[in-house]
Design a protein around this ligand. Structure first.
Ligand code: FES
Length: 97
């Protein structure tokens, strides 16, 4: 399925990251949430109660629907930029922001 989002500019450099143990090439320095959406990933986690998929909504740090784990620390993807070698995982329910 074609992603619903796309970048408006051409990235200068694509870098390798891991998302749920899968290699992914993302544009270095771009907003992480936007880059993952443009790569076709719209579910970043599941709710602990119902298991419903959640993804970025506000893109400004208010809703917390974009939570991911970066190197074991739960963070808001919309407040981060893509850096080479990031290891991104879906949070396992223990939100420690
Ligand atoms: S998208 Fe709302 S906090 Fe990141």
């Amino acid at each position: 399925m074609k992603p619903a989002f796309r970048s408006l500019s051409s990235p200068e450099r694509m870098v390798r990251v891991l998302f749920e143990d899968r290699d992914l090439l993302l544009p270095e320095g771009q907003n992480l949430a936007a880059a993952l959406l443009a790569a076709g990933h719209d579910s970043f986690r599941e709710t602990p109660v119902s298991g419903a998929p959640r993804g970025p909504f506000c893109m400004m740090g208010a809703c917390f629907d974009c939570l991911v784990q970066i190197d074991g620390i739960t963070r808001q993807a919309c407040l981060l930029t893509v850096t080479e070698g990031m290891e991104i995982r879906k949070p396992n329910g223990d939100v420690d922001v």
